[in-house]
Design a protein around this ligand. Structure first.
Ligand code: SAM
Length: 269
């Protein structure tokens, strides 16, 4: 594993980090790494497994030889991809995260399965270690709301080769307003109780999660933002009524003119 770039600008200050989370100021994922999988089951009542199965199926069905999964945590997505198809020699998988503790768990889980995956410490907002145009498929699951999403998507665009695919699973919005309000209300009331009990009183984990869910843009808006940054074929699919959505996109096969890219960056909010 390589060391993380520590000089990355605090994403929390950019306003495009829904959870206002910064790895540099809170090592919450390091602290909860050993309980992360249990917390995921508790917070989502196990439904995250269904969401991740769907993401893994999408990834496995794509044509790629170089997969970069970022904010991989304990490796749920890559594990599911490899469970579906093994690791043919023609396919190379990188699972990455800023937290060594999370990746240690991913490594142990992968070893139990006898699968080979390269594990790297990478900040998805800035990855000078990854060459431009070197990745066929970029995935991120449940990480975008705790990062500067514009920085992450720009990096994804940079590292993808022309024609490469983006697959992002993230919290979203239930399109029925009263149901969305009821869901947020339920989360606000129940999450602190479940979170408090499950983390032994470490409030950070569920406070970031709550804020990230509340402040993350609706699925349709995220489509626009992804498009503005230069992706094409941007689509989304709601899961569990819209509690989460999977956004997919493609890097254009021909690079857009630089002036177009700059304009898109300027407009991104
Ligand atoms: C909510 S977990 C998601 C883990 C996994 N993808 C999943 O779906 O279970 C978010 C992960 O993002 C990582 N993370 C936070 N900020 C990051 C960043 N800037 N770059 C890469 N990973 C980051 C955390 O360490 C954590 O493992």
């Amino acid at each position: 594993m390589q060391s993380a770039p520590c000089e990355a600008e605090s994403a929390a200050t950019t306003g495009l980090n829904a959870a206002r989370f910064s790895v540099q100021s809170d090592d919450v994922f390091g602290r909860i790494a050993s309980r992360y999988d249990l917390l995921s089951d508790l917070f989502s009542f196990g439904i995250h497994r269904h969401w991740k199965r769907r993401v893994a199926r999408l990834i496995a069905n794509e044509d790629w030889s170089e997969l970069l999964d970022t904010a991989s945590g304990t490796g749920d997505i890559v594990l599911r991809v490899l469970q579906r198809q093994g690791t043919p020699v023609s396919r190379h998988v990188v699972a990455s995260d800023t937290s060594p503790q999370m990746l240690d768990i991913a490594r142990r889980r992968l070893a139990r399965m006898g699968q080979h995956t390269e594990l790297r410490i990478l900040d998805a907002q800035r990855m000078p270690e990854i060459a431009a145009g070197s990745v066929d498929l970029y995935s991120m699951s449940l990480g975008l709301k705790i990062c500067d999403r514009a920085a992450v998507l720009r990096e994804a665009l940079r590292v993808l080769q022309p024609g490469g695919r983006l697959i992002v699973l993230e919290a979203s919005n239930i399109p029925i307003a009263w149901l969305q309000r009821a869901y947020l209300c339920y989360m606000r009331l129940c999450m602190p109780i479940i979170g408090w009990l499950a983390t032994g009183g470490d409030a950070s984990a569920y406070l970031y999660l709550l804020r990230g869910i509340r402040e993350f843009p609706p699925a349709e808006e995220l489509v626009e933002r992804i498009r503005e940054l230069g992706f094409e074929e941007v689509r989304f699919e709601r899961l569990s009524l819209g509690i989460v959505a999977i956004h997919t996109a493609r890097k254009p096969r021909v690079n857009p003119a630089p002036s177009q890219t700059n304009d898109a960056r300027k407009d991104y909010r």
